[in-house]
Design a protein around this ligand. Structure first.
Ligand code: IMP
Ligand code: MG
Length: 174
């Protein structure tokens, strides 16, 4: 038996949705500059595709976090491994996430970012698994809600592999 990846959301479908979201964001941020904050590494592919299609001015920054806890369950206490380069004060910040699972990491991260006094703070996620939510998170833009399955591709990894797949897939046997 060989490990294979079943397509859950095809490349064309992801691209189409990102175009639609970028159009919405461009309208919502008319007259403003949107400051995209991307969480490494999973959100990078999504952030780039989204940024390319936004028509208002865009600035970008990146951060990397780990959550304390065992391998299977994040504690929700976030440690910043790489912080942002720029302050958020007065900026219209859009946090870009790859996936929201329990919501623990994000709940904590949003509090940290709020404390830096941005002009506004919104959240966009490529994927959401609402069934898994433990901590409440207010999501402003959701591209796709998915069932409780472990997904890879479009930046998402399993043991650091599969991030480069151009679609969203589920690991299985073939
Ligand atoms: P949580 O919301 O604090 O539980 O953690 C979310 C993080 O867990 C995400 O940013 C991903 O790094 C990881 N994660 C959760 N579900 C998946 C999945 O299906 N595939 C890949 N990574 C996942
Ligand atoms: Mg992530």
């Amino acid at each position: 038996m060989k490990e294979g990846v079943r397509v859950l959301i095809a490349e064309e479908e992801v691209d189409k949705k990102i175009r639609q979201m970028a159009a919405r964001i461009s309208a919502d941020y008319k007259g403003k500059t949107v400051h995209l904050v991307s969480v490494l590494k999973g959100s990078v592919f999504f952030t780039c595709e989204l940024a390319k299609r936004i028509t208002v001015p865009v600035t970008m920054d990146f951060m990397s976090v780990t959550s304390y806890g065992d391998d299977t369950k994040s504690s929700g206490v976030v440690k910043i491994v790489k912080d942002l380069d720029e302050p958020l004060l007065g900026k219209d910040v859009l946090l870009v996430e790859d996936i929201i699972d329990s919501g623990r990491t994000l709940h904590y991260l949003m509090e940290i970012l709020k404390g830096r006094k941005p002009e506004s703070l919104k959240l966009i996620t490529l994927l959401d698994k609402p069934e898994r939510r433990v901590k409440p998170v207010r999501v402003d833009y959701t591209c796709f809600e998915i069932p409780d399955e472990f997904v890879v591709g479009y930046g998402l990894d399993h043991a650091q592999r599969y991030r480069n797949l151009p679609f969203i897939g589920v690991i299985g046997q073939e």
